[in-house]
Ligand binder design. Structure first.
Ligand code: HEC
Ligand code: HEC
Ligand code: HEC
Ligand code: HEC
Ligand code: HEC
Ligand code: HEC
Ligand code: HEC
Ligand code: HEC
Ligand code: HEC
Ligand code: HEC
Ligand code: HEC
Ligand code: HEC
Length: 265
């Protein structure tokens, strides 16, 4: 198969060299050779696609950089492999480039198939690190289970989970959870106590029904930043709000004051 091709190339080169006084290193252009302007005479779709969304495949290369020759003259396949021009990174070692870059004439229109994780890691490593360092049931999932169909798509948590309480929205979910380490619940100082009450309604009720000054505080004033943080009373009231001898005798504040949510004053 390859020897006729080589022969015809050689013949072309020789013919070119004889017609035009060019050095053998430059490619001779023959009158009967196809040029880019010819392609559109017989092919509609590729020129149209490239014009609309060819990106670098429009600006940096032309039809004939990729498709060298043409059937039936070039007996061999004139479909280029991507590695002809893209080599040298992990990303370019992947299999099945056209599985994602489905149309080479619109290279950035990317389709993400099912069960894809490894290929994403050729560019994104932080998310995998978070998923692995903070093991959760999200760790076992493929990236494409959440980031589906198109590159960069961000899913709503509520596509797969019901909210803790019906007024909660996606913004709320991300206030407390990070998708790649969902069990590390953290929140800002100004989070509303109503959000906590989705699960701790009894505590909110007790606090607001009490008549101590603590009732004016939000949950996060005391339970700061990381879920399940318990503050010491002394953080705010100093080590010895009462005479030291009294604290020696009764080391727990709660012995007299009950609990923070409902103080005995
Ligand atoms: C005179 C009409 C004509 C022109 C001009 C033309 N083509 Fe084609 N091209 C065809 C036909 C017909 C086929 C189908 C041939 C076949 O299936 O073997 C084809 C097939 C192709 C294929 C598919 C080859 C394959 O292996 O599947 C490519 C790629 C292609 N052309 C590129 C080009 C490019 C690039 C140009 C401009 C440089 C061009 N064509 C100009 C008629 C043309
Ligand atoms: C960056 C490289 C690249 C450029 C530039 C490029 N092509 Fe292609 N083209 C390909 C590849 C790769 C395929 C095979 C796609 C596949 O297998 O699905 C292809 C397929 C084709 C085909 C056959 C399948 C089809 O879609 O009809 C034609 C015809 C074609 N190209 C014409 C052109 C024309 C005309 C141009 C310029 C306007 C062009 N190509 C520019 C890489 C390129
Ligand atoms: C003839 C050379 C050539 C071939 C073959 C080729 N490319 Fe490219 N491609 C380029 C150049 C040049 C650029 C722009 C520089 C860069 O990003 O590397 C580019 C850019 C791209 C881009 C980024 C587009 C942008 O505008 O940012 C993608 C995606 C891409 N190529 C995918 C492919 C895929 C997939 C294939 C195989 C189907 C392929 N290329 C084949 C030359 C080529
Ligand atoms: C799992 C899907 C997937 C596969 C498989 C894949 N790519 Fe990509 N590729 C992407 C995504 C996503 C981007 C990022 C696009 C962006 O930046 O918007 C990208 C970007 C690119 C770029 C431009 C950015 C850069 O790094 O230069 C090129 C070129 C490219 N891919 C070529 C290839 C080649 C060649 C192959 C096969 C060896 C391939 N891709 C396989 C999804 C894929
Ligand atoms: C070739 C490199 C490359 C590959 C492969 C790649 N990405 Fe990206 N990705 C990028 C770049 C670059 C950006 C930033 C683009 C931007 O800012 O618009 C990005 C952005 C994203 C974003 C954020 C979008 C946003 O709105 O903030 C998500 C989500 C994403 N990628 C998921 C994935 C997933 C899932 C995969 C595997 C299926 C993947 N990426 C494969 C390069 C890549
Ligand atoms: C359980 C669903 C889920 C899984 C699995 C998942 N992500 Fe995400 N990812 C999200 C959500 C939701 C966001 C949006 C976060 C935000 O807006 O703050 C996101 C954001 C991103 C971003 C944007 C930047 C950032 O970190 O916020 C990238 C990039 C990304 N994911 C890549 C990946 C990759 C790569 C994988 C696989 C290793 C993966 N994701 C697995 C749900 C998921
Ligand atoms: C594509 C579906 C999907 C999306 C989107 C998704 N999750 Fe999940 N998530 C799951 C599945 C499946 C589980 C495991 C459920 C089970 O086994 O009970 C899970 C488990 C969890 C868990 C418990 C983890 C454990 O190890 O017990 C939390 C917390 C969680 N998700 C929060 C979120 C948040 C917050 C978001 C949005 C940022 C989100 N999820 C987006 C599918 C998803
Ligand atoms: C105020 C903070 C907060 C907000 C807002 C929040 N979560 Fe949670 N979420 C938690 C806490 C705390 C847990 C329990 C963790 C534990 O059991 O240690 C949890 C557990 C989960 C779980 C696993 C247990 C279960 O109930 O199935 C899922 C799934 C989950 N959240 C999804 C969501 C989604 C979806 C949203 C948005 C609609 C959301 N969360 C909003 C704090 C929050
Ligand atoms: C999705 C339900 C959920 C949400 C929302 C939630 N929690 Fe919790 N919280 C729990 C669960 C479950 C426990 C463990 C209860 C147990 O161990 O008996 C817990 C325990 C606690 C504890 C006690 C830890 C300990 O060691 O006893 C504190 C303090 C706490 N949560 C504060 C908060 C605060 C503050 C918020 C709002 C920012 C909040 N929680 C939101 C479910 C939730
Ligand atoms: C985040 C800081 C903080 C924490 C933690 C805290 N307190 Fe307070 N507490 C305050 C502030 C502020 C006041 C109001 C002081 C004022 O207005 O004079 C207060 C008031 C009180 C009062 C007076 C009640 C009233 O209504 O006048 C008592 C008693 C008290 N705290 C006991 C405790 C005990 C016991 C604990 C631990 C179980 C505790 N506090 C934890 C900040 C805190
Ligand atoms: C003034 C500080 C303060 C405020 C405000 C506060 N807590 Fe607490 N909370 C504590 C302290 C201190 C403890 C440890 C038990 C004790 O000493 O009273 C505690 C214990 C808890 C516990 C575990 C024991 C139990 O009672 O179930 C939960 C859950 C809890 N808090 C949730 C909340 C929620 C939800 C809010 C808001 C509605 C809130 N807390 C407001 C200081 C506070
Ligand atoms: C032996 C019982 C007892 C113990 C133990 C105790 N207290 Fe008190 N505390 C009191 C009494 C009684 C008052 C005075 C009530 C009043 O004046 O109305 C008081 C008042 C306070 C006040 C309010 C002071 C003011 O000026 O209004 C604070 C704050 C307080 N205690 C914090 C603490 C803290 C923090 C601890 C633990 C380190 C603690 N107490 C331990 C009995 C106790």
């Amino acid at each position: 198969m390859s020897s006729p091709k080589r022969l015809s190339k050689l013949a072309l080169l020789l013919a070119g060299a004889m017609l035009l006084p060019l050095p053998l290193t430059s490619t001779p252009v023959l009158a009967n050779e196809l040029v880019v302007a010819d392609c559109v005479k017989c092919h509609d779709r590729p020129p149209k696609d490239i014009l609309e969304a060819g990106e670098s495949h429009r600006t940096e290369v032309s039809c004939v950089d990729c498709h060298e020759g043409h059937a039936p003259k070039s007996g061999d396949d004139i479909i280029p492999s991507c590695s002809k021009c893209h080599e040298g990174t992990d990303h370019f070692e992947l299999e099945n480039c056209l599985g994602c870059h489905t149309n080479p004439h619109t290279p950035l229109m990317i389709t993400i198939g099912k069960n894809i994780t490894e290929p994403c890691l050729t560019c994104h490593t932080d998310q995998m690190e978070q998923l692995q360092q903070h093991e959760s049931k999200h760790t076992q999932q493929d990236c494409s289970n959440c980031h589906r169909a198109t590159h960069g798509m961000i899913p709503d948590c509520t596509q797969c989970h019901s909210p803790h309480e019906k007024t909660m929205t996606q913004v709320d979910c991300l206030t407390c959870h990070k998708p790649h380490m969902p069990l590390q619940v953290t929140y800002p100082d100004d989070i509303s106590s109503q959000k906590c009450a989705a699960c701790h309604s009894d505590v909110l009720k007790m606090l607001t029904n009490s008549d101590a000054k603590h009732k004016t505080f939000s949950c996060a004033t005391c339970h700061q930043k990381v879920h399940k943080t318990i503050p010491r009373c002394q953080n705010c009231h100093g080590e010895t709000p009462h005479p030291a001898t009294m604290h020696e005798k009764f080391p727990e504040c709660g012995q007299c004051h009950g609990i923070a949510h409902n103080l005995n004053k």
